[in-house]
Design a protein around this ligand. Sequence first.
Ligand SMILES: [Zn+2]
Length: 265
Amino acid sequence: MKLKKKLLFSTILVFLCIFIINKRFAFSAQVFNSIGDGQSKVYVTGDIHGLLEVDRVLNIDFLGEDDYLIILGDFGLLWDGSLKESIALNKLNNKPFTTLFIDGNHENFNMLNSLPVESWNGGKVHRIRNKVLHLMRGEVFTINNKRYFTFGGGKSIDKERRIENISWWKEEIPSTEEMDNGIKNLEKCDYNVDYVLTHTTDVDNLYTIGDKLDFTPKEDELNLFLSKIKNKLTYNKWYFGHFHLDWQINQKDRAILEDIVQIGT
Ligand SMILES: [Zn+2]
């Protein structure tokens, strides 16, 4: 009789364990799904200039696993290939969110363009780390069912004080192929996107900023290209860096440096 009771007790114990384990797995799957189905948060910020201002991004504590932080050029963490840069990139990669960036004028384009090209969310990227991606020029990406047109690059006004292939790269100004790629991808979506992310801006904004900051602007081929596409483009918001200025120019266009802005605002 005693043996029968022991057997019964053991059987109940085994069934109880199986029940608890099943429940735990079911719970994990549910949490995973609910995170995956949720809308990601997307924030944008301006130039970080590599190690100089990377802490602005490393200090962000309000974005989670499914969220994105986009840097609007002068990312600068591919500059001299130093151990310090590598450590900073690893720290970025260890943040819960994914860091995306467009290129500015202060990037080492030899390093950037030597990376393999991958497809990601409808466009082309260079993957620097698992969760640190360069959004290439003239691409259209889809995040949260919203279209993002990206076009990096810009002219260095201090080019004369820089050394080619050490602190300045001619690829800062996009090639005809990159501009053609942008036009081809915009044609595919009938020039209709939700957000535009660039480093510099179009000619009109350039002159408006020149007035505000009291400098005499001189438009280059990239400003002219951006004006050309702006004339045809339907978009909700356009964010850009480069001018080291936080300023909402008008309802749609916003210059960003240190602000960390939720996309759409
Ligand atoms: Zn800058």
